[in-house]
Write a protein that binds this ligand. Structure first.
Ligand SMILES: *[C@@H]1O[C@H](CO)[C@@H](O)[C@H](O)[C@H]1NC(C)=O
Ligand SMILES: *[C@@H]1O[C@H](CO)[C@@H](O)[C@H](O)[C@H]1NC(C)=O
Ligand SMILES: *[C@@H]1O[C@H](CO)[C@@H](O)[C@H](O)[C@H]1NC(C)=O
Ligand SMILES: *[C@@H]1O[C@H](CO)[C@@H](O)[C@H](O)[C@H]1NC(C)=O
Ligand SMILES: *[C@@H]1O[C@H](CO)[C@@H](O)[C@H](O)[C@H]1NC(C)=O
Length: 391
């Protein structure tokens, strides 16, 4: 503009002004892009976390090719008919089912979502079983989560089916809810030893061989299932506690509303402190072991006030060894009495009782270590085998 007599605009000058503007535009562009990218990453991370939280067992679903919908389970269990009902537990009912495609027999635990705490128990069980793989723990085939034909929420856990029912049914045939063919048969000494090794191995695995130990919290005969080879499998992790970050004393806080196992099998300290521990599981194991060989349930009416299964066995040892032993087991032992086999059997029985008593002592810190229990039971089995007791 000549009328203002200003110096001419040099192209050099304008260039110098232009470059910063252009640079600014680029840096703003990349800045915004960077922020958008970070936000996007955070969003996807959150989505992934959320998905993980709402579908706790998605990983176990990936492992198997099973994809079962409500409709398939309805068909497999005859419409969840009462003739397929094999058990009623704390949080739902268990049905036997057969898959059409290849005849695989399954057990379906349908959760009663109306009950308070069911959802928590479902998530706990899925969490607990996600990374768990052991021959003595029941395998979850898949988790089914959806809507039933009535439009209600439907959640079920699908397991492999255990043909020989629960240990409870074998120990107390008349009281069992699940009636399995051949249940009138009794467990032999070596079978009982085998099952006690199975349960101890499963506990040892859960307590000492996982990155985050798992406390089962509800060990009892009805939670031990037997397959066709009479191998024991631990089940029902609905009350289990995963001890995160493996704290020093392996204690886990129990929620105040949490259930505390089953009367008779829950250790005395669960009634006082609000902590669960590996030693608590060992107590339940000790009671289970004593029940397996005496045939006496810890909830038997003779146990009142100062007597419990632990004291009952402890006071009977060693003289009244046979008097406290399960009559069904005695029938088998009678044929060996007075022989070397009989002596070996009695010796082993006494060792088993000693282990059971040492596991179920009242003082938490004095209870036996489950690793040691499993090792000693293996030793006992070898001893019985060496004596020729195989059946
Ligand atoms: C049945 O089919 C499922 C997958 O569809 C498979 O995982 C399972 O092993 C099969 N079972 C038998 C007994 O063939
Ligand atoms: C499972 O089956 C349902 C319907 O039968 C289907 O919609 C769904 O995509 C399947 N899921 C997987 C993971 O295959
Ligand atoms: C006990 O377990 C051992 C090892 O698994 C097995 O070889 C044996 O057949 C079992 N005995 C009985 C009677 O089940
Ligand atoms: C376990 O169940 C299978 C299949 O039903 C049966 O053949 C077997 O005899 C049972 N085991 C015992 C010890 O009864
Ligand atoms: C039991 O013993 C094993 C091996 O000796 C050990 O790793 C584990 O920490 C012990 N468990 C408890 C509860 O002391």
């Amino acid at each position: 503009m000549p009328k203002f007599h200003l110096p001419k605009c040099s192209p050099k000058n304008s260039g110098r002004k232009l470059i910063p503007k252009w640079k600014l535009a680029i840096s703003i562009f990349f800045g915004v892009l960077g922020i958008a990218l970070v936000l996007a990453l955070m969003y996807f991370g959150w989505l992934k976390k959320k998905k993980k939280r709402t579908e706790p067992a998605s990983s176990s679903k990936d492992d198997s090719s099973l994809n079962l919908s409500y409709g398939i389970l309805l068909k497999a269990t005859n419409g969840f008919s009462s003739s397929n009902l094999i058990g009623v537990g704390g949080f739902g009912s268990v049905y036997k089912g057969v898959l059409d495609e290849n005849g695989t027999v399954i057990a379906v635990k349908v959760l009663n979502l109306m009950l308070h705490g069911t959802m928590k128990s479902f998530v706990t069980e899925c969490e607990a079983l996600r990374n768990v793989r052991h021959r003595n723990l029941l395998k979850v085939l898949t988790v089914c989560s959806g809507i039933d034909y009535g439009g209600n929420e439907f959640k079920a856990l699908v397991y492999e089916f255990m043909v020989n029912g629960s240990l409870e049914g074998w120990l107390h045939p008349s009281q069992s809810l699940a009636t399995v063919d051949g249940n009138a048969q009794k467990l032999s000494l070596i079978q009982r030893i085998n099952i006690s090794i199975d349960v101890a191995s499963a506990l040892d695995y859960l307590h000492n061989h996982l990155q985050s130990p798992i406390i089962h919290c509800d060990l009892k005969p009805s939670n031990v299932l037997l397959d066709a080879e009479m191998v024991g499998h631990g089940v029902d992790f609905g009350l289990a506690k995963v001890v995160l970050e493996s704290t020093d004393d392996s204690k886990a806080k129990m929620s105040s509303a949490g259930l505390r196992g089953t009367v008779g099998y829950a250790p005395p300290e669960y009634g006082m402190e609000c902590v669960v521990s590996r030693e608590g599981d060992v107590y339940s194991y000790g009671i289970l072991l004593l029940e397996m060989f005496t045939g006496v349930s810890p909830t038997n009416e003779m146990f009142r006030e100062n007597l419990n299964l632990n004291k009952f066995v402890k006071e009977a040892l060693p003289e009244q060894l046979l008097e406290i032993t399960d009559p069904l087991l005695l029938q088998e032992m009678e044929s060996h009495i007075g022989t070397a086999r009989g002596d070996a059997a009695c010796e082993c029985l006494e060792m088993v009782y000693t282990i059971g008593v040492a596991c179920s002592v009242e003082a938490r810190r004095e209870r036996m270590n489950i690793t040691k229990v499993a090792a000693q039971l293996h030793f006992i089995r070898d001893k019985l085998r060496a004596a020729g007791l195989q059946g």
